[in-house]
Design a protein around this ligand. Structure first.
Ligand SMILES: [Ca+2]
Ligand SMILES: [Ca+2]
Ligand SMILES: [Ca+2]
Length: 383
């Protein structure tokens, strides 16, 4: 068992005194969005530095292919990660972290202070494993506050006490299925301090097109924005009618995308306006567009698939039912056919939706398979 490295000094000492073992991987920071680590990647003295965290599980820093030390037949794949950074010789301000691994979700929140940053733990669902390769794990923005700090990877976070590591089918030397920095791998490159830089510039939202949509139908507009520093972008609704929805589809690295969805009811016919904003985490831009809703053809109400209801003779079976109407009319349930022991009762109804309960109370005389046909969409009327 190797001794526990204590902070950056420990890591640096290991790097200087131990040759990289064959099981090493390579984690590095990239501050100029070219995907590789060179002398051009620095922590800027002035303004934001947008930092991408990369991990190559398939290669060491020198380009040689990685091997699972515990079992060379096991792939150096990845299904989770957690990264710790620390600033030395100065203090910084860390932004929130943007995960870039679409297959992975947050399972344990990160943390930061004026020197240390932890991404938090991100993991793929059980059974999902990504092959060995080079991955952009995520992005954060770092601003220098005082001194001339450099930014480096650290094995154990002094805030969360979590190890800088990634989950893999390859067993680690400390934790099973966890490849830990400072124990299982040593190839890391952070960011040295660099003079220069400039103040943050706001993102720019591309002009929005006016939208026309028929009641009961859905209209979608793709929205785009750019950011000079390449920060991840988030779109949001600033104002608009209740049938307007805004989502971010791609936070991007300098060019982000989202969409506006309109799904109006017949009662929304008329003209109105919507407003959308885009933020780089600090500054934002905003744009407004006009919305016109027209009456169109009626759309029939719809009922989701109803599962089979199995009832023992002499007992009562119940099934919850729901229906919707794209135009915002009120659906009404009614029994259109089926055995006498089955009945349908409306529970609640409002514009655009309704619910009901199907009750079946068969006797032994009713044993067998029967079909209650009242609940197909054509059997749901609307007002
Ligand atoms: Ca670079
Ligand atoms: Ca910016
Ligand atoms: Ca309708």
């Amino acid at each position: 068992m190797k001794s526990l490295p204590c902070g950056l000094g420990g890591i640096a000492l290991v790097l200087l005194t131990l040759p990289s073992p064959a099981s090493a991987q390579y984690m590095y920071l990239d501050s100029n969005r070219d995907g590789v680590h060179t002398a051009a990647d620095v922590l800027h003295e002035v303004g934001p530095t947008v930092v991408d965290i990369w991990l190559d599980t398939a290669h060491n820093r020198d380009g040689s292919v990685t091997v699972c030390a515990a079992n060379p037949a096991t792939q150096m794949n990845i299904f989770s990660y957690l990264v710790n950074l620390t600033a030395s010789a100065g203090t910084v301000s860390y932004s929130a972290f943007t995960n870039r691994m679409p297959q992975m979700g947050l399972i344990s929140a990160g943390a930061s202070n004026s020197t240390d940053f932890s991404t938090g733990a991100f993991s793929a669902p059980p059974g999902t494993v990504l092959p060995p390769g080079k991955y952009l794990l995520g992005t954060l923005t770092v601003d220098v506050v005082s001194g001339a700090p450099s930014l480096d990877f650290i094995s154990i976070s002094p805030i969360t006490y979590e190890p800088n590591a990634f989950g893999s089918s390859c067993p680690g030397s400390v934790f099973g299925n966890t490849i830990t920095l400072g124990y299982d791998w040593f190839d890391v490159d952070g960011l040295p301090f660099g003079t220069g830089g400039g103040p943050n510039q706001a993102p720019t939202l591309s002009p929005l097109a006016d939208m026309s949509v028929l009641a009961g139908e859905v209209a979608i507009q793709t929205i785009n924005a750019t950011d000079p520093e390449g920060q991840p972008l988030t779109f949001a609704e600033t104002s608009g009618p209740p049938f307007m929805f805004v989502a971010t589809t791609d936070q991007g690295s300098g060019s982000g995308h989202g969409e506006i969805r309109l799904a109006p009811f017949l009662s929304d016919v008329g003209t109105t306006a919507g407003s959308v904003s885009v933020s780089d985490g600090t500054t934002s831009d905003q744009a407004t567009f006009h919305i016109a809703v027209s009456a169109g053809p009626n759309h029939p109400p719809f009922v989701p698939q109803i599962p089979r209801l199995t009832v023992i003779a002499g007992q009562v079976g119940k099934e919850f039912l729901s229906a919707g109407d794209p135009d915002g009319s009120t659906p009404h349930f009614q029994k259109a056919g089926g055995p006498a022991f089955a009945s349908v009762h409306g529970l609640a109804a409002r514009n655009g939706g309704a619910s009901a309960v199907l009750t079946a109370s068969p006797t032994v005389c009713d044993v067998g398979l029967t079909t209650v046909t009242p609940l197909r969409s054509r059997s749901v009327s609307e007002t």
